[in-house]
Design a protein around this ligand. Structure first.
Ligand code: FES
Ligand code: MG
Length: 589
């Protein structure tokens, strides 16, 4: 090596392309990569080689425009002196993958770890958007720990129905209720749902996609302002270019996920999650990323750190507006600026810019107080998740920001306490088959309970806990009933369900022995949910229980079920949590 080459830090990719001790292997690496036009000179120049993890494809339409955006990322990487190499990520399309895209989050994670560590990348641009793409990418970045930056794809444009904003998901939940009440036909339901999808991009509500991309930014993993730019906007392509430019600098600075995603960054994510009315899927995903980063974070932290934060973003399902207004009002920078001004964030945490959160967001503020409120004047005080426990489960969450006035008045009373009669369903098929059965005698005093919907039971954990009441109750004006389940629900749902029950029925949770007609007492002040059945009876029911867990239908389902942790713990592959710095170990030839 020349003196000049010794002075600059040797890049990871040079293990492949500049290993003078192994000329035969090096020659093979060089000749194959050169066969689509990258010259040997470029590959041996010591310029950073940047992977672009491509999550968009024909089967992931929420992220499909990343195929075009990647061209702008590549231009940025080139202009900063790097060499871009795009590669595919296992598809994760929330709306289409059966039985659920959640099953594949960990599969995409595994694949990403191997690709990021096993190929000659010095850094990686993570293209994110649709729900599970963001956590899968960040979990892998945490495990591999080479410089990584998130480029989100952005929400789609606003949808409208009868002149009113029609948000992704929201329109479906409302149409489902109207169909059950006989207010619309099946054909009308389909038409209404189409109104909510006017352009490329991910869901335009504060569902799991916009929540997770906002939290990726809040944790410092994307450039400031990235998360909320709508997919079709010119700014989105400009952000792609700037992200490409920046990752090259991050490689030279060795600015790794481990330096950015610290405990402080995760605490910031919890605070921002409350302020935006974030998805109920955020806790399992953020806890999974933390587990892979080796940062202590547990489900109780969400209530302890997050519950006391007010709702600032007036965005559906907790509020009124959609992604376009959220972006115009300042997006995540405005939220961060408002929270910083009130001393609610760790300002010293780093971002991908190399600057602190304080330096990156300290001067940002809301540009429209109707859409993004100040900390002193929130839409709702104490809007974060409550974490509940009791004899039914060790933990479950409830999203405070979607508890409506109507729901409060009907069920909660003054003391946040109510007792209901359980109507139990074994999985979503059982719910769909029996919800309109008059023999169930469902009244306003009931709680709909679904089980067999957890990570092991389903498998993958189904988004089914937001169950609508039978049609006759909806006709009487009861548009929601309290719901409880060991599955998840869509981040776009406005149902204040008690969900993500841990442990699930298939893992021995007491939700398995609840019977229709049992009484359940919910006490939100004391964070407790109590099945009004004594311990002896619970034990007797366990003795009698013949639980049927569906068989695995594929090798991956079997592997997943053998290792998956519970929702409170992020439904990771438990054994994978011990692997760290995988991309910082020199791989064998
Ligand atoms: Fe893909 Fe909502 S379904 S973002
Ligand atoms: Mg979903």
């Amino acid at each position: 090596m020349s003196g000049a080459a010794e002075e600059r830090r040797r890049l990871r990719s040079e293990i492949w392309f500049n290993d003078l001790d192994e000329p035969a292997e090096t020659a093979v690496y060089l000749e194959r990569f050169a066969n689509y036009g990258i010259t040997r000179g470029e590959l041996q120049s010591g310029r950073p080689i940047i992977g672009i993890a491509q999550t968009g494809s024909d089967v992931v339409p929420c992220n499909r425009h990343h195929i075009a955006l990647a061209e702008r990322v590549k231009a940025g990487i080139r202009d900063a002196g790097g060499i871009p190499l795009e590669f595919p990520v296992h598809p994760l399309q929330e709306t289409v993958r059966r039985p659920t895209a959640a099953l594949d989050r960990n599969l995409a994670y595994l694949g990403l770890v191997e690709v990021m560590a096993g190929y000659p990348f010095d850094g990686v641009v993570l293209t994110t958007g649709c729900d599970k793409t963001t956590p899968a990418c960040l979990m892998a970045a945490a495990t591999v720990n080479i410089p990584s930056i998130v480029l989100s794809g952005g929400p789609m444009l606003n949808g409208y129905l009868d002149g009113k904003r029609a948000g992704s998901g929201m329109v479906l939940w409302e149409a489902r209720r109207k169909l059950a009440a006989g207010e619309i036909t099946e054909a009308e339901l389909v038409d209404q749902v189409f109104n909510a999808t006017p352009s490329a991009g991910h869901c335009n509500t504060m569902g799991t996609a916009l929540s997770m991309n906002s939290l990726a930014e809040a944790m410092g993993m994307s450039l400031p302002g990235c998360a909320a730019i709508p997919a079709p906007y010119a700014e989105r392509a400009a952000m792609a270019y700037k992200t490409g430019l920046r990752i090259v600098g991050m490689v030279h600075e060795d600015l790794t996920p481990g330096r950015i995603m610290t405990r402080a960054a995760f605490e910031n994510a919890i605070v921002v999650s409350s302020a935006i009315g974030g998805s109920t899927n955020a806790p399992p995903h953020i806890n999974a990323i933390a587990a892979h980063m080796g940062v202590e974070l547990d489900i109780a932290d969400w209530d302890r750190i997050g519950h006391g934060i007010g709702l600032l973003a007036n965005v559906q399902p907790s509020g009124e507006y959609l992604g376009e207004e959220f972006h115009r009002a300042g997006g995540v920078p405005a939220i961060m600026g408002e929270l910083l001004a009130a001393g609610r964030l760790h300002g010293d945490a780093l971002t991908v810019t190399g600057d602190t959160i304080e330096a990156s967001y300290g001067t940002s503020a809301s540009r429209d107080r109707d859409v993004i409120r100040s900390v002193d004047d929130p839409l709702m005080a104490d809007a974060g998740f409550m974490v509940l426990s009791g004899n039914l489960f060790s933990s479950a969450i409830i999203k405070t920001s979607v508890i409506s006035e109507d729901f409060r008045a009907r069920f909660l009373g003054d003391d946040g306490r109510f007792t209901v009669r359980a109507i139990v369903f074994d999985g979503p098929e059982d719910y769909r088959a029996r919800i309109e059965d008059p023999d169930l005698g469902i009244t306003e005093d009931c709680m709909l309970v679904v089980r067999g919907a957890g990570p092991i039971g389903y498998p993958g954990s189904a988004e089914v806990v937001n169950m609508h009441p039978p049609g006759y109750l909806i006709q009487q004006g009861v548009r929601m009933l309290p719901c409880l389940g060991d599955g998840r629900q869509s981040g776009t749902s406005d149902n204040p369900s008690i969900l993500n029950v841990t442990p699930e029925s298939a893992a021995g949770g007491n939700i398995a022995i609840v019977e229709t007609g049992d009484r359940i007492t919910v006490d939100l002040v004391n964070r407790s949910v109590q099945l009004e059945v004594d311990d002896e009876e619970i034990e007797r029911r366990w003795g009698d229980l013949r639980q049927t867990i569906p068989v695995s239908n594929s090798p991956w389902e079997e592997l997943y079920r053998a290792h998956v942790t519970q929702l409170a713990d992020g439904m990771t592959l438990g054994f994978a949590e011990k692997y760290h710095d995988v991309g910082r170990v020199k791989p064998r030839h």
